[in-house]
Design a protein around this ligand. Structure first.
Ligand code: NDP
Ligand code: MG
Length: 328
């Protein structure tokens, strides 16, 4: 895999360009602040409300999406994935100038054909690896997080250089930047969050918690053992690999884990993962998600409400506040 570093990217490519960041949420705010600190001119386009006020308070030049798009040389789509197609059709496409670069931080709208950019626009992605606030913290420390870049349309023959320059403005070329395709980024990202990071991982924690509590163990202890301590093991796995984790836990934990793990993650789980990937690759998940958005997120809100009522949430709130002083 080729890695691009500082010497491969030229910030001057962005000098004098009007860069419009649409959205001022997790990614929009982090990227806007880093770009500004890297000496670039950014303007923010966002609807009126919480984000609009936040951008103003940060001293940004902030306006409606329609106004931000007019005369923009680079439009950065840092709006929610599920809303991008509607906002693009309504506010962006009718107002963007010929040849304007369209940039994304995730490939959802392009991969699933929800947005059809003009043929004369470069279409690129620069996705820093991490949540916005973390990206910003690392930038402020003088370093950056890794990023990936993707090129969907390269009309100017400069698309890759532009994506690399944007990555450099975030300090991402310090650790390194690699290239992938829009579908690769989109599908691996969706699969990771559904199968492991947000879906599979939390479902496993919840089931383990319920199993202990059902047998009469104190919920607070169950919480510590199956949720709180995942952080310690995850840090070990990320820093040293799975093999390194085994070396750092007790022999008892190692033997127990090695001999019992297949009872939890079974061949049925593999089939589940394959069906998750089927939905992602076929576009079924994307279609369902956009429909859910158009249905005012009714199912999602019901699931959020049900999850919020669970004992693990109540116990967790108490544990985090009592032992760690974290108030939600
Ligand atoms: P957020 O939900 O945090 O922020 C979305 C922003 O868009 C908010 O400022 C919101 O304003 C604004 N917005 C929503 N609807 C509209 C509208 N109709 N018109 C104008 N502005 C609107 O999104 P993220 O930052 O999480 O995601 C942005 C992109 O970055 C996505 O493509 C995502 O996949 C990608 N990404 C996100 C990562 C993350 O860590 N969060 C990581 C990597 C990529 P308001 O406050 O008014 O709702
Ligand atoms: Mg991801």
């Amino acid at each position: 895999m080729k890695i691009y570093n500082d010497a491969d990217a030229d910030l001057d490519l962005l000098k004098g360009k009007r860069i419009s960041i649409l959205g001022y949420g997790s990614q929009g705010r982090a990227q806007a602040l880093c770009f500004r600190d890297s000496g670039l001119d950014v303007i923010i386009g966002v609807r009126e409300g919480k984000s609009f006020e936040k951008a103003k308070a940060d001293g940004m030049e902030v306006m409606s999406v329609v106004d931000a798009v007019k005369d923009a040389d680079i439009i950065m789509m840092l709006l929610p994935d599920e809303a991008q197609a509607d906002i693009y059709a309504r506010e962006i496409a009718p107002n963007m100038k010929k040849g304007c670069v369209l940039e994304f931080a995730h490939g959802f709208a392009i991969t699933y054909d929800l947005i059809h950019p003009p043929n004369d626009s470069d279409v690129i992605m620069m996705a820093p690896k991490g949540p916005g606030p973390m990206i910003r913290r690392v930038y402020e420390s003088g370093y950056g997080v890794p990023a990936l870049i993707c090129i969907h349309q390269d009309v100017s023959s400069k698309a890759k250089d532009l994506a690399l320059a944007l990555a450099k403005a975030m300090n991402c070329t310090k650790p390194g930047v690699f290239e992938a395709t829009f579908p690769q980024e989109t599908m691996t990202d969706l699969f990771g969050e559904q199968a492991v990071l947000c879906g599979g991982y939390t479902a496993m924690i919840k089931m383990a918690f319920e199993t202990l509590v059902k047998r009469g163990f104190p919920p607070e202890m169950a919480y510590f053992e199956v949720l709180h301590e995942t952080k310690l093991v995850t840090d070990l796995v990320v820093e040293k690999g799975i093999e390194g984790m085994w070396k750092n836990v007790s022999n008892t934990a190692e033997y127990g884990g090695l001999t019992r793990r297949d009872r939890v993650i079974t061949e049925e789980s593999r089939k589940g993962m394959e069906s998750i990937l089927d939905d992602i690759q076929s576009g079924k998940f994307a279609k369902e998600w956009v429909e859910e958005y158009h249905n005012n997120l009714k199912n999602m809100k019901a699931m959020q409400d049900a999850d919020g009522q669970e004992e693990i949430e109540k116990v967790g709130g108490w544990v985090r506040e009592t032992f760690f002083g974290r108030r939600e």
